[in-house]
Design a protein around this ligand. Structure first.
Ligand SMILES: Nc1ncnc2c1ncn2[C@@H]1O[C@H](COP(=O)(O)OP(=O)(O)OP(=O)(O)O)[C@@H](O)[C@H]1O
Ligand SMILES: Nc1nc2c(c(=O)[nH]1)N[C@H]1C(S)=C(S)[C@@H](COP(=O)(O)O)O[C@H]1N2
Length: 178
């Protein structure tokens, strides 16, 4: 993927949605969020996988190799036996950005006390920024609004594509002018 063409990949992790037992609302929710907030000409690819450490690590390796700039992965962050999204992510992540998880949980705790059950975090692999969000579709905007101002500069720092945002939604903060 060329750096002139920003690429975001969205991964839904759900046993039941991947079996077609319910309609995936997480993938479309993440896509709608990015269309609303990011004003750059963004290519978005969507992916659906069952829960599991291996399934998560495998798709992330593919997306990192394809130089997806931003990877949003939704679902499987909780404490249940099949929730292994963080384990799969950390098989691929080279540098954790723990502050993302802290801020996303803090924002979610204002809505639901069970937000503390999410082990969501974020990190860098190659030239990709990976952000985990809980599977509940309503968590997407809550979590991403809490961290997105820092996303474009993070992408600058890792050599990914230049992301611009709609300042009426999220004002990207870049400490140094590019
Ligand atoms: N991708 C999704 N699309 C729509 N709703 C979802 C999605 N992921 C989760 N949910 C909703 O949030 C609830 C809690 O999510 P959770 O990840 O705990 O699901 P789960 O019980 O582990 O099952 P599964 O992994 O098969 O989706 C689900 O029961 C479902 O109502
Ligand atoms: N904003 C928000 N965060 C949330 C929730 C929610 O409904 N809204 N659900 C919580 C619950 S009940 C769980 S178990 C964890 C993990 O969800 P996941 O396994 O679907 O990722 O996210 C938590 N974070």
């Amino acid at each position: 993927m060329s750096h002139s063409q920003p690429h975001a990949a969205i991964v839904t992790v759900s046993d039941r949605a991947s079996r077609g037992e319910y309609e995936d609302k997480g993938g479309p929710g993440c896509e709608a969020y990015l269309r609303d907030v990011v004003t750059s000409d963004l290519t978005i690819t969507r992916h659906m996988i069952p829960d599991g450490r291996e399934s998560v690590a495998n798709i992330l390796r593919e997306l990192v190799a394809a130089e997806a700039d931003l990877i949003l992965i939704t679902g499987g962050t909780g404490p249940a036996p099949r929730d292994e999204t963080p384990e799969g992510c950390f098989d691929v992540i080279e540098k954790e950005l723990a502050g993302f998880g802290e801020e996303m949980r803090r924002a979610s705790l204002l809505e639901v006390p069970t937000a503390i059950l999410s082990r969501q975090s974020a990190g860098i692999a190659g030239k990709s920024l990976i952000i985990m969000v809980p599977g509940k579709p309503s968590a997407i905007a809550t979590c991403l609004d809490a961290v997105f101002a820092a996303v474009p500069y993070c992408l600058d720092l890792i050599g990914a594509a230049y992301f611009e945002t709609n300042p009426a939604r999220i004002e990207a903060f870049r400490p140094k002018a590019k």
